[in-house]
Unconditional design. Structure first.
Lengths: 110, 112
């Protein structure tokens, strides 16, 4: 079993839709959680950190469920420019221990 | 932006040849990483460094070595490239303020 798992998608949604991604992790001692966005043939870029109480940044909401060991990303009012692959990342106690999911591909269509 | 640049950005090489990828950072980050990204596997850690001359193996280190003689440079070497090392390689650094990892633009390597 992979340490961090994501549904690969693809998710194809119309503009304006709300879409949610989940990411499960196996290490219960994980300390830090992140969502990255990666465009085709580009590097992953940090979208947002995920805090225990949940956090929001504009149309994006991230949540953490420690009991069930998953994090989620909700995108409201999807834009064409949201089309990308979204990677979740989970870190344990050490700075070398960052694990990434394989990513969920999102395509937003007109 | 963590001030990370990689070179070369694209390279085609023959099986059995040595290859070195360079990662250069300008912001004095202590921790640096080399990842490879392959379809279905996501990003996997090859090696990391926690200071000058301090390096350690990641989960897919076989066939790779690294060196860090200066804070700003982290080199990844494929001693004898194989076709299974065809991949995109990302260098990354840990930014202390947010405790998050930022990536360079990637190096696309093809071994033929």
């Amino acid at each position: 079993r992979k340490e961090v798992e994501q549904d690969p998608g693809p998710f194809n949604v119309p503009e304006g839709a709300t879409v949610a991604f989940n990411c499960t992790y196996s290490n219960s001692a994980s300390q830090s959680f992140f969502w990255y966005r990666q465009d085709c043939r580009k590097e992953p870029k940090l979208l947002m950190s995920v805090y225990s109480s949940g956090n929001e940044d504009g149309r994006f909401t991230a949540q953490l469920n420690r009991a069930s060991q998953y994090i989620s990303l909700l995108i409201r009012d999807s834009k064409l420019s949201d089309s990308a692959t979204y990677l979740c990342a989970v870190r344990g106690n050490n700075n070398n221990d960052m694990r990434f999911g394989a990513g969920t591909r999102l395509t937003v269509k007109p | 932006d963590a001030g990370i640049t990689q070179s070369p950005r694209h390279k085609v090489t023959e099986t059995g040849t040595p290859v070195t990828l360079r990662c250069h950072q300008t912001e004095n980050h202590r921790y640096m990483y080399w990842y490879r990204q392959d379809p279905g596997h996501g990003l996997r850690l090859i090696h990391y460094s926690y200071g000058v001359k301090d390096t350690d193996k990641g989960e897919v280190s076989d066939g790779y070595s690294v060196s860090r003689s200066k804070t700003e440079d982290f080199l990844l070497t494929l001693e004898s490239a194989t076709s299974s090392q065809t991949s995109v390689y990302f260098c990354a650094a840990l930014q202390g303020t947010g405790n998050t990892i930022y990536f360079g633009e990637g190096s696309w390597l093809t071994v033929v």
